[in-house]
Ligand binder design. Structure first.
Ligand SMILES: C[S@@+](CC[C@H](N)C(=O)[O-])C[C@H]1O[C@@H](n2cnc3c(N)ncnc32)[C@H](O)[C@@H]1O
Length: 279
């Protein structure tokens, strides 16, 4: 089964939004169609709804003003690439992936959040919203947020920025109102220096599958906290695999007002909405 080849495969959304802290499982109802995101499968869509026709060209074709930024991140030296196809916001999106890096593959949480953003873009007021994605990987979520009208900054570790920039440019050039920006953001490092609170306000922080078996969970939490200001909404989608993932969630809920927006029982992906507790 591919990740999003059929519009019939909707995520399993909770019938009503619930506060995770007070979750009453008996009240949770699901739609019949279950959505099981999978990693590393070909995701060719049977029907291409739309495409930024003039974006399928080399970055070298970019306008001269964009070139310095683009060249900064090139090349990314993966030996094996594959192209995966998605369809969101009425556009065909092609993501260049490589199995050589966690950050060069689209993860299940990204697919889940893209569907959520697409289905709820109006109520979220994404049009014109300022959005930062942390751990953006190959960029699918940032691309979708941008196609839905948001002003997006996609961030990640230095070694994946080349591929991220490539995917973002190829999929948004000439078809978004605000051309997304790609920036280095290493969790917990130089946050106030590179993203001073006085200069940057984000309506949304997006994060997908940033919690897994790694040693930077505290720094990730510090980063989420730093990027939050009053009114900032954090949308975090994650596949829950390990006990450490649930331990992170417990810590997270102590710091953020946390609402479970959607969950996907088969794949154990959950989407949370959170705002920082300010007291
Ligand atoms: C599992 S991948 C998820 C990628 C993408 N968000 C998705 O869902 O498809 C985790 C991402 O977090 C990034 N990451 C891991 N550790 C990081 C750190 N210390 N600082 C910044 N980004 C980090 C990785 O480079 C990678 O892109």
């Amino acid at each position: 089964m591919d990740m999003c080849s059929s519009s019939a495969k909707h995520p399993v959304l909770l019938e009503k939004t619930k506060t995770e802290d007070n979750e009453d499982k008996s009240q949770v109802k699901f739609q019949e169609n279950e959505f099981i995101p999978k990693l590393q499968e070909n995701t060719v869509h049977s029907q291409v709804i739309g495409e930024c026709s003039d974006t399928r060209k080399d970055l070298s074709d970019a306008g001269s003003s964009s070139l310095p930024t683009l060249q900064k991140f090139l090349p990314t030296n993966y030996n094996s690439y594959t192209k995966e196809h998605y369809s969101y916001a009425g556009k065909n999106i092609i993501i260049q992936e490589s199995i050589e890096s966690y950050g060069a593959v689209v993860w299940p949480g990204a697919v889940a959040l893209c569907q959520y953003l697409e289905q709820h873009s109006t109520e979220l007021k994404l049009q014109g919203a300022t959005v930062i994605e942390i751990g953006a990987g190959p960029g699918l979520v940032s691309i979708v947020a941008s196609l839905l009208g948001a002003h997006v900054t996609a961030t990640d570790l230095p070694d994946v920025l080349g591929n991220l920039q490539y995917n973002i440019f190829e999929n948004t050039h000439n078809c978004t109102v605000h051309q997304p920006e790609v920036r280095e953001l290493v969790w917990g490092e130089d946050l106030e220096l590179n993203f001073p609170k006085s200069a940057y306000y984000y309506d949304f922080i997006l994060a997908t599958d940033v919690v897994y078996h790694h040693y930077f969970l505290d720094k990730l939490l510090t980063t989420m906290i730093h990027l939050c200001q009053p009114g900032t909404v954090l949308l975090w989608a994650n596949k829950f695999r390990f006990s450490t993932d649930y331990e992170f969630l417990e810590k997270f809920k102590q710091i953020f007002n946390t609402t479970l927006l959607a969950e996907f029982p088969e794949s154990t992906v959950k989407i949370f909405k959170a705002t920082l507790k300010w007291d």
